[in-house]
Design a protein around this ligand. Structure first.
Ligand SMILES: Cc1cc2nc3c(=O)[nH]c(=O)nc-3n(C[C@H](O)[C@H](O)[C@H](O)COP(=O)(O)OP(=O)(O)OC[C@H]3O[C@@H](n4cnc5c(N)ncnc54)[C@H](O)[C@@H]3O)c2cc1C
Ligand code: SF4
Length: 585
């Protein structure tokens, strides 16, 4: 892949800011419409296969897969007791990483918190500043939303409905499924629509036991719906089909790109059209405005390495820097016409921020599997997904909206979840005997999108590039805490019903941000007074400005967001290309 020089004299058709799921999709769709696109990415293009080393055994790694001694990854307690940007107590760690950056394989992918500080309320903010962003390491659970989400206000009166219905986005979910590949099994659930699935993975023994038991309660366990191609993609030479090697078990990406990542799935094919110019190490600091027309005219970016400042121009600007960074960029882009930040006449930029609450879950043991021979259970891109069951047909008395569980069972490279203690041969024997019998799951629940949960710019703290840092004003509310209590109770109840011996039940709520599913800082809507974007993620205020990542979400649902981010983005970019051709932008 040859990176192109930015032509500073040229007016591109479109500038896309950010190269993750959203930016990659924008680049793919717009270049396929024949537009000349400049893609700006703040981080480097990493030699990703060398970083991930998916086939490396732990004993071949000098740190057994852990971080080098000069680095530190923040723990749950450290998030809880210290406020960012992390003062005394961390001096020895030259490189300070979020909780997800605890492995040697991710050390160059996840940002150094020292260079990228943020302030305000506690938040576990995971960022990947490199070509492809977080898609290099995402968990790949690829779920659709439904009208239970898009029209949630009609069901319980809270918040706002989306300005779209499932039928508007369904054809784009189909396009994403077919272009990128997804594995799973059809279940015909109205609240979790099926995708166009490739070959599914198999549930193992304990997972089938759980599925059968829950079916009696009217609850559904299905195979992990992963954004992974199991049959291969004839139209994409950069990706292989899944060999089921088991490296998915390790935190990190897939070095044969069976799992979707934005560079191989979207950006390299877009470059092959000849319509895409890519500039990495380009930290966009402001979207510029034409003072005559009030429209976006381009961006200013700082070279990540040299700190030199550049200006580039385009007919349309597309913000895809991820939910929180996109809000930051809009707020940074103040001008005479837009004194509160760009696209912010409603005052809603940064607000209605939402995500998923995590923590409660259960670990158990399928006693009939203790002492059985090991099986290859991590040779698949995921275990199971237990779908939402609250507030569907009936109303829960204590909280609104819902949650689902991600889980798995069986033997893995590192035995997990055993409650064995001790040392020596007897201890090893105990671990061996039990490890394949382990089964566990953890919940992901909808955090309500509330105006009072928001981010703004810190007046003092700046990042390494001199750009004001983001400040959080964000806390889980009563609905989330009541939901978390229910998660714990139902998790235990379901494992007991399946006949598993309970090893551990967790009621601990993890720090805000832990889910890495950020949404809603520039929500879409029909009313420009209460929303930032229209249904095509186009700014109500500036018609040649689009924000195509999770910022546009009106609520968080409890389903993981990435497949929806890409489907919405595809729909918006089709509209954008059409409007541009008609001369409406
Ligand atoms: C460990 C992990 C597990 C996950 N598991 C799942 C899962 O199972 N299912 C799911 O749906 N989602 C999952 N996610 C979330 C998923 O990765 C994100 O939803 C998705 O990547 C969002 O895409 P994005 O394009 O908005 O942001 P990103 O992928 O973060 O990309 C944004 C890009 O913009 C760049 N950028 C930021 N600021 C600027 C700037 N000022 N100038 C230029 N470029 C900029 C960044 O460097 C980055 O490359 C997971 C994430 C992680 C980290
Ligand atoms: S199991 Fe499949 S998707 Fe996961 S790392 Fe291996 S090849 Fe990639």
């Amino acid at each position: 892949m040859v990176e192109s020089e930015v032509n500073l004299a040229k007016t591109y058709d479109a500038i896309v800011i950010g190269s993750g799921a959203a930016g990659g999709m924008a680049a793919h769709v717009l270049t396929s419409h024949g537009l000349q696109v400049l893609l700006l990415e703040a981080g480097k293009k990493l030699p990703i296969e060398k970083e991930l080393r998916s086939m490396e055994w732990p004993y071949d790694n000098p740190y057994r897969g852990q971080l080098p001694p000069d680095s530190h990854s923040l723990s749950f307690n450290e998030y809880t007791i210290r406020n960012p940007p992390y003062g005394p107590g961390f001096e020895k760690a030259k490189h300070l990483k979020s909780y997800i950056g605890s492995s040697d394989y991710l050390k160059n992918i996840v940002v150094n918190e020292r260079e990228n500080p943020f302030t305000g309320t506690n938040y576990a903010w995971v960022r990947a500043r490199c070509l492809g962003g977080k898609t290099n390491i995402w968990g790949r659970l690829a779920l659709r939303l439904s009208d239970y989400d898009f029209k949630a206000k009609d069901r319980d009166g809270f918040g706002e409905n989306w300005p779209i219905s499932y039928s508007d986005i369904a054809p784009y979910y189909d396009k994403v499924d077919l272009y990128l590949g997804i594995t799973g099994v059809k279940e015909n659930l109205p609240y979790l629509p099926d995708s166009i699935f490739q070959r599914p993975t198999k549930l193992n023994c304990a997972e089938v036991t759980l599925k059968d038991s829950l079916a009696k309660m009217g609850r559904v366990v299905t195979q992990y719906r992963a954004g992974v191609t199991t049959d291969g993609l004839k139209h994409n030479k950069y990706r292989s089909r899944c060999y089921g090697r088991g490296a998915c078990e390790r935190k990190g990406g897939c070095d044969i790109h069976a799992a979707f990542d934005s560079p191989t799935g979207l950006i390299y094919p877009a470059m092959d059209t000849g319509n895409l110019a890519l500039r990495t190490n380009a930290v966009v600091r402001e979207i510029t405005i034409d003072p005559q027309t009030g429209k976006a005219s381009g961006v200013h970016f700082i070279d990540n390495q040299t700190l030199k400042d550049y200006a580039v121009h385009a007919k349309v600007v597309i913000v895809a820097a991820s939910t929180l960074e996109s809000a930051r960029l809009l707020l940074l882009s103040k001008s005479r016409q837009h004194p509160n930040g760009l696209a912010n006449s409603s005052g809603h930029v940064g607000h209605n921020f939402c995500e998923h609450i995590m923590g409660p879950g259960v670990a158990g043991r399928a006693k009939n599997l203790v002492g059985k021979p090991s099986t290859l259970d991590d040779g698949r891109p995921g275990g199971f997904y237990l779908t939402r069951f609250r507030n569907l047909a009936e109303k829960h008395p204590k909280f609104i909206r819902g949650y689902g569980f991600e889980g798995g069972s069986g033997s893995t490279m590192f035995p997990r979840g055993t409650d064995a203690h001790g040392f020596g041969a007897a201890f090893k024997e105990e671990v061996r005997k039990n490890q394949g019998a382990f089964v566990g799951m953890g919940a992901f629940g909808e955090v309500l999108a509330r105006y009072e949960n928001y981010v703004d710019l810190d007046p003092v703290v700046k990042d390494k590039w001199g750009i004001p840092a983001l400040r959080f004003h964000y806390k889980f509310g009563d609905n989330e805490h009541r939901m978390a209590e229910d998660m714990k109770e139902t998790a235990q109840e379901m494992f007991e019903a399946a006949g598993f011996e309970i090893v551990n039940v967790s009621s601990r709520v993890l720090t805000e941000g832990w889910s890495i599913h950020e949404m809603g800082t520039a929500r879409m809507g029909s009313d420009p007074k209460t929303s930032v974007l229209n249904q095509f993620q186009q700014s109500h205020d500036v018609k040649n400005l689009f924000v195509v990542d999770g910022s546009a979400f009106v609520n968080a649902s409890c389903q993981n967001p990435t497949w929806t981010i890409m489907s919405l983005c595809w729909r918006s970019c089709d509209y954008l290309a059409d409007e541009l051709k008609k001369g409406n932008l």
